[in-house]
Ligand binder design. Structure first.
Ligand code: ADP
Ligand code: ADP
Length: 229
C-alpha cells in the first residue's frame, strides 16, 4: 500500500518558488490500477517521482508498504525502491548500447540475485511482453511499442509490488498504445499495483480509479462505476 498524507513539495530555482504539490493526500491499495490525470504542470510527475522514491518532499507523511519513507536513510530508501518499485517512462529510457537481455538486467544488478536467477527473471519478463525471441536485438531494431514493452519487462523483472508509469503511451501511435495498455491491464490483473500518469481520457477510463490533480492537489477522485456511467 502507498499512503500519502498532506505531502507538500516546492522547487526553488533562482529564488523563485514553485509549489509542485500542496497538501497532497492519496491512498493506493494493493491491486489498484490508478490513472493520474490533470493539466500540464499540475504536479503529476512530481507525485509519481515522490511515490517511486526518486525525489524527496518538504512536508507531510508518506508510507510505502507501512514504512515511513522520511525516516529511512538514503541506503534503505534505495533498497526499498529497488525492491518495491518498477518504473516506466514516456521515452522508454532503454540503453542503446545494450541488447534487450542486458537492458532488462540493469535494475536486477542492484539486487541480490545471482546470475542464474537474473537470467531466469529476464527470460520470463521478456516472454511476458512477447519479446523472448529477440533478446539479442538492440533497442533501435524495435518499434516504439516494442521498446516500451522492453521497458515494461525491465520494470517487472524484479517482481515489484508497484509499477509507476509516466505517460507510458505518450510517444506511441494509437495502435501501439492500445497494445501497451492491454499489457498493463494484464500485469495489473496478475497482482501488480499500477499508478499511471496519462493525458488520454479513454485510457484513464480503463483504470480502477482516476485521480484528477490540479494545482498540486487531488481535485477529484473518480471511481470505476462512476467513470463508466
Ligand atoms: P505535471 O507532471 O503535472 O506536468 P510536474 O510535476 O512536472 O507537473 O510539475 C509541477 C510543477 O513543478 C510545475 O510548475 C513545474 O514547472 C515545477 N517543476 C517540476 N520539476 C521542477 C524542477 N526540477 N525545478 C523547478 N520546478 C519544477
Ligand atoms: P537512479 O540513479 O535514479 O537510481 P539510474 O540513473 O542509475 O537511476 O538509472 C538509469 C536508468 O535505469 C533509469 O532511467 C531507469 O530507466 C533504469 N532504472 C534504474 N533503476 C531502476 C529500477 N529500480 N527499476 C527500473 N528501472 C530502473
Amino acid at each position: 500500500m502507498l499512503k500519502m498524507h498532506n505531502v507538500s513539495k516546492a522547487y526553488i530555482t533562482d529564488s523563485v518558488k514553485t509549489q509542485a504539490l500542496q497538501s497532497f493526500s492519496l491512498e493506493v491499495k494493493a491491486g489498484d490500477f490508478i490513472a493520474v490525470t490533470g493539466p500540464s504542470g499540475s504536479g503529476k510527475t512530481t507525485f509519481l517521482n515522490i511515490s517511486g522514491l526518486l525525489e524527496g518532499f518538504c512536508e507531510g507523511q508518506y508510507l510505502l508498504d507501512g514504512q515511513d519513507v522520511s525516516k529511512l536513510n538514503d541506503k534503505d530508501r534505495s533498497r526499498l525502491r529497488n525492491e518495491k518499485i518498477g518504473f516506466v517512462f514516456q521515452s522508454f529510457n532503454l540503453i542503446p548500447e545494450l541488447n534487450l537481455f542486458d537492458n532488462v538486467d540493469v535494475p536486477l544488478r542492484y539486487r541480490g540475485f545471482n546470475k542464474a536467477q537474473r537470467k531466469q527473471r529476464i527470460e520470463e519478463a521478456l516472454n511476458k511482453v512477447g519479446l523472448a525471441g529477440r533478446m539479442n536485438h538492440y533497442p533501435t531494431q524495435l518499434s516504439g511499442g516494442q521498446q516500451q514493452r522492453v521497458a515494461i519487462a525491465r520494470a517487472l523483472a524484479g517482481s515489484p509490488a508497484f509499477l509507476l508509469a509516466d505517460e507510458p503511451t505518450g510517444n506511441l501511435d494509437s495502435q501501439m498504445a492500445d497494445g501497451v495498455m492491454a499489457l498493463l491491464k494484464e500485469i495489473n490483473a496478475s497482482g501488480t499495483t499500477i499508478v499511471m500518469v496519462t493525458h488520454d481520457q479513454e485510457q484513464a477510463l480503463q483504470a480502477s480509479r482516476i485521480i484528477h490533480v490540479r494545482d498540486g492537489q487531488v481535485e477529484e477522485v473518480i471511481h470505476e462505476q462512476k467513470a463508466i456511467a
